[in-house]
Design a protein around this ligand. Structure first.
Ligand SMILES: [Zn+2]
Length: 457
């Protein structure tokens, strides 16, 4: 066999070590991991000049709105932005597209619509909603990587769950060997506080985060994880913004309960002051927290208590944000960020707070690949794995402008932010799909990913 590609002179990162060396690629796979400087014959040799070579990011939390709301994003632009951010696999959510992906037929429909669109690999979340317990088996057979569920109202045509179905859904996960990804905020407390604030005439930006306080999130994390403990079901709490929630889940996991925690870059980057300055583009749920909460969340990341970091890329058209400029309640909630996960974590984590590159690879690649049944095809730089790689320059300082975004709607809460650490090149299955500002793959290059084994973590 001849070597197609030799990436040399890099800092190679796995979840356990960082070493000077390189990677050889044959076809779509990693053929070998090279330590030190070796002369190797290959069709193409790329000298990475000391840059960091990470396993491609597995972003387990994106909303691409296709089919049905392609004016908000779509798989084509969404995966282009992913590629530009060093993301080589995306796991896409079942809501915010119409119709939502809540049964076998709608899953097949989505896959048919998006098959020719993606430039990176992609898998699908199914939905667990109020009336589809009978549909979970068929979606599992068809390879969904998990089931998204909401404990509070989702804001779109996707029914939230009460405890009966959180309980029953988790029990079903134990039987299937799959996982529920839960949006955990207390519906009743958030509704009550929202009404109080609205009745008082509040339309300012602070009213948004006052209506969804940290304790409303923590309560639902505690309640749902109790049902995970009782049922033995598998629970992944998504987009956690409060440190106490992360610590609660970490304690249960230590005790053998099947619970894991995701946080998002925006909870590690923005605080209340930023939110009040930026406004609608930074509106999301749970909301952006105080600086004290942000630093407490960082402490969890640095202690290794966070399992995965996903972007929760949740775009919309600008008019959906603009209408909330003077009344925050009216803006669509969601932050466009799939392109910025690595820059945020390289800058704020590795460069500013001493986060190790191995810990970064663990949260961004290794853990999500294992949790969603994609490992060892994805998630680690090792022989036999797909050659999914991100080349980053750790020292490069840059400021994000809107024209650098590959999103369909070129705005983001992050525009104007300065980062230290930049993605230079992204490879998916051995092919460079992004390099120095250019997308180099055709739509349709990205392949469908299926959960290939039951939950184990
Ligand atoms: Zn989401």
């Amino acid at each position: 066999m001849s070597i197609d590609l030799y990436l040399k002179n890099a800092q190679v990162v796995t979840e356990t070590e960082v070493f000077h060396g390189g990677v050889t690629v044959e076809g779509e796979k990693i053929a070998g991991v090279v330590r030190g400087d070796q002369e190797i014959q290959a069709v193409q040799v790329i000298d990475l000049q000391g840059c960091v070579l990470l396993p491609g990011v597995v972003d387990a939390h994106v909303h691409f709105n296709e089919p049905g709301r392609e004016n908000w994003e779509g798989y084509r632009t969404g995966t282009m932005a992913a590629a530009a951010g060093g993301v080589t696999s995306v796991l896409e959510m079942p809501l915010n597209s119409t119709p939502p992906t809540i049964n076998r037929e709608l899953l097949a429909y989505k896959r048919q619509v998006v098959a020719s669109q993606a430039v990176v690999d992609y898998g699908n979340w199914g939905g667990l909603v109020d009336n589809n317990l009978a549909d979970l088996d068929a979606m599992h057979e068809d390879g969904v990587i998990g089931y998204k569920a909401f404990a509070s109202a989702s804001g779109v045509d996707f029914e939230r769950l009460n405890d009966d179905l959180i309980y029953a859904g988790l029990d079903k996960m134990r039987q299937l060997g799959n996982v529920v990804g839960l949006h955990a905020e207390n519906e009743w407390v958030c509704s009550y506080l929202s009404k109080q604030l609205k009745d008082a005439g509040r339309t300012d930006r602070a009213a948004w985060y006052e209506s969804r306080p940290p304790f409303a999130e923590l309560e639902t994390i505690q309640r749902a994880s109790y049902w995970a403990k009782v049922t033995g079901g598998n629970l992944h709490v998504v987009h956690i913004s409060v440190a106490d929630g992360i610590r609660h889940l970490a304690q249960l996991r230590q005790a053998g309960v099947h619970v894991t925690a995701e946080t998002c870059p925006h909870y590690l980057f923005f605080d209340h002051q930023d939110f009040e300055r930026i406004g609608p583009a930074a509106k999301c749920a749970p909301p952006i927290r105080s600086r004290e909460d942000v630093e407490a969340l960082w402490a969890c990341v640095l202690e290794g208590l966070v399992d995965t970091i996903g972007s929760d890329h949740s775009p919309c058209s600008w008019d959906e944000k603009e209408k909330g400029m003077d009344n925050i309640w009216k803006a669509w909630g969601g932050i466009s960020g799939v392109q910025l996960t690595l820059p945020v974590l390289l800058s704020e984590g590795v460069n500013k707070r001493g986060l190790s590159l191995s810990e970064l690879a663990r949260m961004l690649s290794y853990n999500p690949a294992r949790l969603f049944g994609l490992y060892p095809q994805k998630g680690k730089i090792q022989p036999g794995a797909d050659a999914d790689l991100a080349v980053v320059d750790l020292g490069q300082e840059w400021t994000l402008s809107a024209d650098q975004l590959f999103f369909k709607n070129k705005f983001s809460a992050y525009v104007g932010s300065t980062f230290k650490g930049q993605v230079q090149r992204t490879l998916v299955r051995g092919k460079t799909v992004y390099h120095s500002g250019q997308i180099l793959a055709e739509p349709g290059y990205g392949k469908l990913l299926l959960r290939s084994y039951p939950y184990q973590y």
